[in-house]
Design a protein around this ligand. Structure first.
Ligand code: ADP
Ligand code: MG
Length: 581
């Protein structure tokens, strides 16, 4: 065959094949356009998993009538003027090919009205052929319908999966965009039934509960990490909440949902050793960074990006997640303040999966009556100012918990978790000031390690020094421990050393501070008083005082709660003293 230039309609179909793979790709492109247009409300309707109909309506800036024909042409965009701009993209679209692609593989109708026009215009494109443009009376914004997707590309149709699968792709896409853009009011209707509704009030937790259910949403930990021009934020599951695959790790870069194996790896690294093998966290992370350091023009459907400072991104993501895991965790505290809402029957107050934040959890009242509802408030470390009020020690129960009274009710404290937290903060503070008091052992202890562990330990001797350990190599695979951190005197040095080595083995983090925090948390776990250990009154009082002095007193270094707070108000309501009937 001689070489020839492909006719336009074939070239368009080839181009469309790259961008529009399935119904969800159409939804993605239309939703991205609506977001780029600054919409406050976006409604999506699909029928027959998007094969029969996809319609997207927005209230954004709209398209002026004289640009409508251009909008549906290939390589026509309002978002990119010069080649240099390609390296600082701040919009979701930039190639000007989505509408053209969709129009070439479906029957598409675009109706749009820009704010400064009194009427709108309508243009139909069928299999790439433009119809006549007509004026229409429509509200400001854009309304696009896509019917009979792939009607002229039967081969493509054969590659589609079952309706269920295609529908899931669409729902996953819309819910994730709803999470990323909580200030937009989202509505998704599938085969005539509401599938997702958000209020657009900016509350990501609300969307999170639509996505994962209220129970999961309540438990998620907030990430909020800033360094230079990077802001890494979002939600991660505590170590108690896992999935069997990594599909629930969602990454947004500058507002764009992307797949990125390096970021996913960094997230998993942060959880490393905290999760069982084969378990994965639920994570939604938003990475915001200057547009110049991300190349978004590397994938036909814009589903991947490339970072200019890849190592930096990796380290920062790992640190952000790690920090949230170590320090921030929801503490169940029963307080009469609205935060999360449930209906009276305990179900999310929702039509479809809409969640309202106004309703309440019923608490069983006196004589089986339903008392006025108390509401569960979730404290996250991110709320800051998490310090405890002054507490009066009441005593120890079950040789495991301390009971204390504060100005705002009763505190039930887990002595082990609390002591872990105290040791952790004290040791970390000492490390930061590079003055960890070491205590020499009366008799040095020799510890023999397996060869590969011995090598790991050798590499880390300087770190140990910072931590207050004095350890020297002593013959093959043997080490002499001469001193340990004063704080953990009384613990077994050999056990402590073994804990350290386990840690090095599992953590190749380039980050010294992360290694130290993790090692410290491990040591503290070993060295803290255990449940079932009777403490003298003086020991109880000291533990309480030290806990009061902590910065994050409500969780142990591993993120579990150190205490349960029963507010005075809750107690009064529970006993029917106030507000009943
Ligand atoms: P791109 O988004 O890459 O620019 P598209 O083919 O998706 O390319 O859209 C072409 C142009 O049409 C956009 O640049 C924009 O000016 C206009 N447009 C498309 N959808 C909308 C919308 N929902 N609201 C306002 N303008 C839109
Ligand atoms: Mg676009």
């Amino acid at each position: 065959m001689p070489i020839r230039i492909l006719p336009d309609h074939i070239a368009s179909q080839i181009a469309a094949g790259e961008v529009i793979e399935r119904p969800a790709s159409v939804v993605k492109e239309l939703v991205e356009n609506a977001l780029d247009a600054g919409s406050a409300a976006i409604s999506i309707e699909v029928r027959a998993a998007g094969r029969a109909l996809i319609s997207v309506t927005d209230d954004g800036g709209g398209i002026p009538p004289d640009e409508l024909g251009l909008a549906v042409s290939r390589h026509a965009t309002s978002k990119l003027a010069r080649a240099e701009d390609l390296f600082r993209i701040t919009t979701l679209g930039f190639r000007g090919e989505a509408l053209a692609s969709i129009g070439s593989v479906s029957r598409m109708a675009v109706e749009s009205r820009s704010a400064d026009n009194t009427t709108g215009a309508r243009l139909v494109v069928e299999g790439g052929k433009l119809g006549r443009q007509e004026p229409v009376g429509v509200p400001p914004g854009t309304h696009i319908t896509v019917q009979d997707l792939f009607y002229n590309v039967p081969a493509r149709l054969k590659f589609l999966k079952t309706d269920n699968t295609e529908r899931r792709h669409i729902e996953a896409l819309v819910t994730r965009y709803a999470l990323a853009y909580p200030h937009v009011r989202w509505q998704l209707v599938v085969d005539g039934k509401p599938s997702l509704n958000t209020s657009g009030n900016g509350d990501r937790r609300e969307v999170l509960s639509a996505l994962y259910g209220l129970e999961v949403a309540k438990q998620m930990l907030a990430v909020d990490f800033k360094e230079e021009a990077y802001h890494i934020h979002g939600f991660i599951s505590p170590i108690s909440l896992t999935r069997s695959n990594r599909r629930e790790i969602t990454i947004f870069v500058n507002g764009r949902w992307v797949q990125n194996s390096a970021v996913t790896a960094a997230v998993l690294r942060a959880y490393h050793t905290l999760l069982m093998v084969g378990r994965y966290p639920i994570v939604t992370l938003f990475l915001d960074m200057p547009p110049e350091v991300v190349d978004v023009n590397v994938h036909p459907a814009k589903a991947e990006v490339r970072f200019r400072e890849g190592d930096l991104v990796f380290t920062r993501v790992q640190r952000a997640v790690r920090r949230a895991l170590l320090a921030y965790s929801p503490v169940p505290s029963l307080q009469p303040q609205p935060f999360w809402g449930l209906r009276q029957d305990g179900q999310p107050a929702a039509q479809g999966r809409e969640v309202q934040l106004s309703a309440e959890i019923p608490m069983p009242g006196p004589a089986g009556e339903t008392a006025p509802p108390a509401r569960v408030q979730i404290h996250t470390g991110a709320e800051g100012g998490d310090q405890l009020p002054l507490l009066r020690l009441v005593g120890q129960v079950a040789a495991t918990y301390l009971i204390a009274e504060g100005p705002d009710g009763l505190y039930l404290i887990d002595q082990h978790a609390a002591h872990e937290r105290v040791l952790f903060e004290q040791l970390m503070a000492q490390q930061i000031e590079k003055r960890v008091p070491a205590q020499s052992l009366l008799e040095p202890v020799n510890v023999v390690l397996p060869p590969e562990k011995a090598r790991l330990l050798e590499d880390q001797l300087p770190v140990l020094d910072d931590l207050g350990f004095e350890v020297e190599p002593f013959g093959p695979n043997t080490f002499t421990v001469r001193a340990i951190p004063a704080l953990i005197v009384g613990g077994d040095p050999a056990a402590a050393l073994n804990v350290l080595v386990e840690d090095f083995e599992e953590d190749e983090s380039p980050l010294q501070s992360a290694v130290e925090a993790r090692i410290t948390a491990r040591i503290c776990k070993r060295m803290a008083v255990k449940g079932g250990q009777i403490l003298s009154s003086a020991e109880q009082a000291a533990l309480l005082r030290n806990l009061e002095a902590c910065q994050s007193p409500r969780t142990c270094p591993h993120g579990r709660p150190t205490m349960i707070h029963l507010s005075a108000d809750l107690l009064e309501r529970q006993f029917g003293r106030r507000g009943a009937r």
